[in-house]
Design a protein around this ligand. Sequence first.
Ligand code: PLP
Length: 391
Amino acid sequence: MVLEASDKFATRAIHAGAHVDVHGSVIEPISLSTTFKQSAPAQPLGEYEYSRSQNPNRKNLEDAIASLENGKHGLAFSSGSAATAVILQSLPQGSHAVSIGDVYGGTHRYFTKVANAHGVDVSFTNNLIKDLPSLVKSNTKLLWIESPTNPTLQITDIALVNKTAKGLNKDILVVVDNTFLSPYLSNPLDLGVDIVVHSATKYINGHSDVVLGVLATNDTEIYQKLQFLQNAIGAIPSPFDAWLAHRGLKTLHLRVRQAAITATKIAEFLRSSDRVVAVNYPGLDSHPNHDVVLRQHRDGLGGGMVSFRIKGGAESAAKFSSSTRLFTLAESLGGIESLLEVPAIMTHGAIPEDQREASGVYDDLIRLSVGIEDTEDLLEDVKQALQTVKA
Ligand SMILES: Cc1ncc(COP(=O)(O)O)c(C=O)c1O
């Protein structure tokens, strides 16, 4: 299938990287072979030699990711964390990086406990626009953005931050972790950034059965450097996982749109409830950065993640989260099934109380990952669980 430049997202989701094999299989087979025949020494029969370096299923997935992120090149890794590690590993010793403060906990751990071991120092701020001029130095090589942040769903104006950072130091590589939105809702490469990265474990695979990471870029030099490290470090996904993630992303547009529609209804209900202290949802017009959401997200959709503070503190948060019928109490997000968690004692439990409260992660905060079950059923589930706590 030859895609045309005018093909829309859903067409690319189904057909990008979906090559027909010699048998005419409509769905590509899983290629488990670790090595590929050569006709003479150093003369492979086709494009592949050894499966760590490249594999047909990984290549298909990488091509699909590049297409969905409007990038020239895609790369896949054994996890989102491995993709992050490879990007950090590509920086020269003695580099400095700036990161948004509310970055994913595992990324924060890599920045502060691993990257520093090879001489990369990272500064954090929750106000990039205000603090960039004082944080960016001559050796600042990387800026790391996550938008929306986790779990308070703050939004960054990516185009503005990218322009500001590059105005201060033209060598800065700007990276956006787009896990929470998926390529369906936002394409950061279109906003000028250099690399977009995902934990494909979440929306891209979408079925909570694969751990995998991907990135995309338009810059061939960056791609070659990261591809070299992908092979040299060897943190690659198995052909089966690459095949599953590729299958998963074919329905990304349907899943993400449906999750966003339901999440909007739930967020609106929560906003009107007297048992709720505050709601964080980028799709609400009351969100502090809603104007950026309207510019930056497809159709101004807020995504499938909602967080809210419940009345009655940690006790109510525990009661609510063990009273839902359809929302399963578990970490992670972005799957077809709805999940919920209490960040202060689950995903963000390792962060000291004063630091997490400064980022809005109070004991009473509940995070919902809205799945694609029926909208009314999910709304009813939230309503009945809220009835179990005191008004
Ligand atoms: C925003 C974000 N980035 C990166 C990661 C790491 O991805 P993985 O768990 O696939 O290593 C996660 C995992 O939760 C995440 O939420």
